[in-house]
Design a binder for this molecule. Structure first.
Ligand code: ZN
Length: 178
């Protein structure tokens, strides 16, 4: 598959397919969106929110979650605020998310089958792999928790607006969670 992508890429550049997307690194709408890596959202989310290239920083991970205060999502949010001028953040979780009901207990047997040793897993259990790989059970509660994790983060200024939403994975309809 990667070789096919490389061939496509060669042709894309050759026919100047990039021309409609030329912009700079500063988000025109001063917006960051923290959302899930789900493939259903790849095109649907920006289209449903009216976001084009250059409009917003889109930060993605499994579930669109913040687990720890040093998470990569928080790091990206801080860069978006202090380096790129973002003033508003949307947390957007989605219906029937794969991170719903995700847990380390579910991954563990697959990891063992894939050749990861018991010893390594024990070591990682000591490093907090359990909560790190934990999904959520209630999507609305998870949105509220993620918004709260950003709003209450000691390095996020109080002037930043953070609002939470659930997007329908089929229709793209947004529902605000308060
Ligand atoms: Zn998801």
């Amino acid at each position: 598959m990667i070789d096919e992508i490389l061939e496509y890429n060669r042709q894309f550049v050759e026919r100047k397919g990039y021309e409609p997307y030329v912009t700079d690194k500063y988000p025109r709408k001063k917006l960051a969106v923290l959302t899930c890596m789900d493939t259903r959202l790849t095109e649907l989310l920006p289209k449903a929110l009216g976001l084009g290239n250059g409009d917003a920083k889109i930060i993605k991970n499994a579930g669109g979650l913040v687990i720890f205060e040093t998470d990569s999502a928080i790091r990206s949010i801080l860069v978006a605020i202090y380096e790129l001028g973002v003033t508003e953040i949307m947390v957007v979780h989605h219906s029937t998310c794969g991170a719903c009901h995700m847990s380390y207990d579910h991954f563990k047997p697959h990891m063992l089958e894939s050749g990861i040793s018991d010893e390594v897993l024990k070591e990682w259990e000591g490093k907090g792999i359990g909560p790190w790989l934990e999904g959520f059970h209630d999507t609305e509660a998870s949105v509220r928790k993620t918004v709260e994790a950003i709003v209450s983060h000691p390095l996020v200024p109080k002037t930043i607006t953070v609002r939470g939403f659930i997007i329908d994975s089929v229709t793209g309809q947004l529902a605000e969670i308060k």
